[in-house]
Design a protein around this ligand. Structure first.
Ligand code: FAD
Ligand code: SF4
Length: 464
């Protein structure tokens, strides 16, 4: 139902705050009327700073205005033109530190619920027949390595610009972390499949089970298979370990392995599915980022009686989205703040029985800008656990750089590429996403893919 923007429809701040909270809390059963009501709170600022906070520069006031006047198709079109993965970003983007933190309404009461409106519009779009928007008009073929958000968005943008694009993906299904990392309860596979379906409908070809650097060399794509340019979006999927005693015991695994076994290999259906996963009664997850929250909440769903987070800093320094932290608290996850693991303890059969830790206090900021954790002497403790899951970070897999001449990496193992264009030191090869920045966010990877697609087009367009 269209809502006309008049003085009368403006709400007093207190009521607006209540409405905003209601809208954010009700995920199901809200209608275009509720969405329009929330959208009506947008001031349509002359200089919309919310757009500055968005890595793919969605024209936020325009799509929100379309919602406010009941033009859902218009809102969907505006969104999709600047972000090819709106149903995904509406669910997993950290809006609270991006567009919503910049929103002028924060000063008055509460930010416009930009992320929830994005999700609402994208979900509305999913109920409508697919509108195919691109046709191949260019002859130069482009190859994309990796079907995570950076690769998918780069491919989608190139297809929109008229290029024939093929994505080569190492795993048996596309999506990258969106498929193997982020669990169903946060990002349903049906939503991911739909977004990938839209990209395929625009002409993007996806070839799975091909590891570039093993099945095919990157140079073969350029020289033998005739691709005019290659985009590398291989992510940062190599888990880091602590290097403490006991890490090789049975029952210790990386969060990436744990989540992949469940999300991609459907361990929850074992033995119908081939891959098992062992989840015991007491699970400790080390780390406090999004990956740690996903792992600990998944452990509870897999039947753990007690699941806890062990983190050497405090709640203030954790990397997870506030929303994920609140969900974990609501679900009964325990938090051991200022607690640093020293050793995984096991029994004679080689199974985990506990985690020996030390209490910490916070000191001055370190190189990361966060308060440095300092051990408290004589504060050791033993947490009785039977599973330890490590979620302390990931780095890019070195396979591609080791097998391709002309690519450079920095000291963190990330690919060297121009921040704006994604151009690597190797001619006709571009890169973006976690492979370049290290583990970051979906929208930053999407933004890098989008900019690289434009740079590839700019490089090829003069040859027309
Ligand atoms: P990826 O998503 O890692 O995709 C890379 C793809 O390349 C993979 O499919 C991989 O199989 C493929 N590949 C790798 N090497 C090769 C090769 N040699 N040949 C062919 N294919 C190859 N971000 C958020 O914004 N919000 C969240 O809530 C959030 N939650 C997260 C939860 C978890 C558990 C994890 C692990 C990450 C989370 N992130 C979140 C981070 C976000 O998912 C990543 O920043 C993003 O997926 C990076 O995208 P990418 O395209 O660079 O790489
Ligand atoms: Fe609307 Fe907030 Fe953006 Fe202003 S900053 S245009 S109020 S969403």
């Amino acid at each position: 139902m269209p809502v006309k923007r008049t003085e009368k429809t403006r709400m007093p701040a207190r009521e607006a705050r209540v409405r905003a909270r209601d809208f954010q809390e009700v995920n199901r059963g809200y209608t275009t009327f509720h969405a329009a009501f929330e959208a009506e709170r947008c001031l349509r600022c002359q200089e919309p700073i919310c757009v500055d906070g968005c890595p793919v520069k969605i024209p936020i006031p325009d799509f929100i205005h379309a919602v406010a006047i009941g033009d859902m198709a218009g809102a969907a079109k505006i969104l999709r033109t600047s972000n090819p993965l709106p149903a995904i970003c509406g669910r997993v983007c950290p809006q609270e530190i991006q567009c919503e933190s910049e929103c002028s309404m924060v000063k008055r009461c509460e930010s416009v619920a930009i992320g929830h409106l994005e999700r609402f519009v994208a979900d509305w779009e999913r109920t409508r027949p697919l509108a195919v928007m691109a046709a191949t008009t260019r002859k130069e073929k482009i190859a994309v390595i990796g079907a995570g958000p950076s690769g998918l968005v780069c491919a989608g943008e190139l297809a929109r610009l008229g290029y024939p694009v093929t994505i080569y993906e190492a795993l048996h299904a596309p999506g990258g972390v969106l498929r193997y990392g982020i669990p169903e309860f946060r990002l349903p596979k049906a939503v991911l499949d739909w977004e990938i379906g839209v990209l395929k409908a625009t002409g993007v070809e996806i070839v799975c089970n091909v590891i570039i650097g093993k099945t095919l060399a990157l140079d073969e794509l350029l020289d033998k298979h005739g691709y005019a340019a290659v985009f590398i979006g291989t992510g940062a999927g190599l888990p880091q370990f602590l290097g403490i005693p006991g890490e090789n015991l049975n029952g210790v695994m990386s969060a990436n392995e744990f989540l992949t076994r469940i999300n991609l290999m459907r361990a929850y259906e074992f033995p119908e599915a081939d891959t098992p996963v062992r989840v015991s009664k007491r699970v400790a997850v080390i780390g406090a980022g999004n990956t740690a929250m996903d792992a600990v909440r998944t452990a509870l769903r897999m039947g753990a009686d007690e699941a806890s987070i062990v983190y050497r800093r405090s709640e203030k320094e954790m990397g997870a989205r506030v929303e994920e932290y609140h969900h974990a608290l609501e679900e009964g996850v325990k938090f051991h703040w200022l607690t640093n693991p020293l050793e995984v303890v096991g029994n004679a059969e080689g199974w985990v029985t506990g985690l020996r830790c030390q209490r910490m206090k916070l000191g001055e900021p370190d190189a990361s800008g966060r308060a440095r954790p300092i051990p408290i002497v004589g504060s050791e403790l033993l947490l009785p656990v039977d599973n330890v899951i490590l979620a302390i970070g990931t780095t890019p897999n070195p396979l591609l750089t080791r097998t391709t001449a002309g690519l450079l990496t920095n000291k963190k193992g990330c690919l060297v590429a121009d921040e704006q264009t994604g151009q690597t030191p190797k001619a006709r090869v571009f890169a973006g996403g976690d492979a370049v920045t290290g583990a970051a966010t979906v929208i930053l990877a999407a933004g890098a893919g989008k900019r690289a697609a434009q740079a590839i087009h700019d490089a090829l367009a003069p040859r027309r």
